[in-house]
Ligand binder design. Structure first.
Ligand code: NAD
Ligand code: DAU
Length: 351
């Protein structure tokens, strides 16, 4: 067994689906609070799979986490659960402090107590893998080298500050208590099941609905884009072979300005779902910038390649095409997410 937190979210659900497809012998306990970002419909393909145990609960609930560890005796905790949206963290930072900092602290303490009960090979094999972000390193200038694992932490948003704090906790629990931890810091993911509050899915669903495509500021902010399935394979690689206590940066080798991303989305939609009203680029609208908006992120992913042999399999061209096709093929998912009906899905599906 492995214990996954946040496995009904975007990356977590992709990870759990891939894990069950690839590692049928090893089950998953999936602990998720089902916030607005958690959607059990993402996991519909696992209905009837006895190797997937879904637990509706909060990572801040120490007694629950303790009980799950004691009952299922996982050989690893993979920690995805977080409040993840920068804009929401600007409007309401409290939930980010609670889940990202206190939640990680709760998990670390429960994992430490559980790990202390293990012996021999079970104890040696245990891992706590913390999924984090490149945003902890701050913002780069146009000619700065990409973020390496040795870069100082300079988080700029409430979200990235809370993730930076969680990374520091994970590091300290390794340094002080010897907890066998691994941390990954990755760039912007995209792919199936991405909640349409983030740039790429928002542009796709707005374009299809004929709504404006809001580009913050001048649209020249740069991000590195990583196809979510590549992120999942990186996490499996780090879990299998990462050196204890180490951090691995994970990137997609796809640095692009936002405006270029939006133009690519429009061009693919023009090809795959042309609109009678003309190119989707007509919907591009420049809006007020995000406060404190980081200008550029870029990842130096040479360490994970050199030490563990991992590289992304998708180019941006192949990954974005797959992503847009997925949204075109899943209009019901989009509709239910937009209307809020996804929250009723479990009741409809299981009762
Ligand atoms: P998401 O917002 O889509 O999903 C988060 C999941 O965590 C949801 O299912 C939610 O219900 C659950 N959750 C939230 N609070 C919880 C709590 N207190 N207890 C239990 N479950 C809780 O996030 P995501 O985009 O899938 O990101 C997953 C992880 O990857 C996060 O730690 C995020 O910081 C990190 N990350 C994301 C990206 C990205 O581009 N999306 C990039 C780098 C790192
Ligand atoms: O870098 C990794 C991070 O990527 C993760 O840690 C976060 O969890 C994830 O949300 C993401 O953060 P960003 O802020 O980079 O993602 P977002 O999709 O919100 O925005 C991407 C860029 O697009 C950013 O420069 C802001 C811009 N943007 C975003 C939205 C939602 C717009 O121009 N318009 C928009 O409507």
């Amino acid at each position: 067994m492995i214990l996954v937190t946040g496995g009904a979210g975007f990356i977590g659900s992709n990870f759990v689906l891939d894990w069950r497809a690839a590692q049928m012998s090893e089950g998953v306990v999936n602990l998720d609070a089902l916030t607005y970002a958690g959607n059990r419909e993402n996991l519909a393909a696992l209905q009837g799979d006895a190797g997937h145990v879904f637990v509706h609960g909060n990572i801040c609930d120490h007694a629950l986490v303790e009980q799950l560890l004691a009952t299922h005796r996982p050989r690893a905790v993979l920690h995805f659960a977080a409040e993840s949206h920068v804009d929401r963290s600007i409007h309401g930072p409290g939930a980010f402090m609670k889940t990202n900092i206190e939640g990680t602290f709760t998990l670390l303490e429960a994992a430490r107590a559980y790990w202390a009960t293990l012996n021999g090979p079970e104890k040696d094999a245990f891992r706590f893998l913390h999924v984090s972000t490149d945003e902890v390193y701050g913002s780069l200038g146009p000619n700065d080298p990409p973020f390496a694992e040795t870069n100082p932490y300079e988080p700029n948003s409430p979200y990235s500050a809370s993730k930076a704090a969680s990374d520091h906790l994970v590091r300290a629990w390794c340094h002080t208590y010897g907890l066998p931890v691994l941390t990954t810091n990755c760039s912007n993911n995209y792919g199936p099941f991405h909640f349409p509050e983030k740039l790429i899915p928002l542009m796709i669903v707005n374009a299809l609905a004929g709504k404006p495509l809001p580009v913050y500021g001048d649209g020249q902010q740069v991000r590195d884009w990583l196809y979510v399935k590549d992120h999942c394979s990186a996490i499996r690689t780090v879990l299998a072979s990462g050196r204890l206590g180490e951090t691995y940066n994970v990137g997609g080798l796809n640095e692009k300005p936002n405006i270029e991303i939006v133009h690519t989305v429009c061009a693919l939609l023009d090809e795959l779902r042309p609109s009678a009203a003309g190119s989707y680029t007509r919907l591009i609208t420049f809006v007020k910038d995000r406060p404190g908006h980081d200008r550029r992120y870029a990842i130096d992913a040479r360490k994970i390649e050199r030490e563990l042999g991992w590289r992304p399999a998708e180019t941006f061209e192949s990954g974005i095409r797959k992503t847009i096709q997925w949204y075109l093929d899943h209009p019901e998912w989009v509709l239910r997410v937009q209307s809020g009906a996804y929250r009723d899905w479990v009741q409809q599906q299981y009762q």
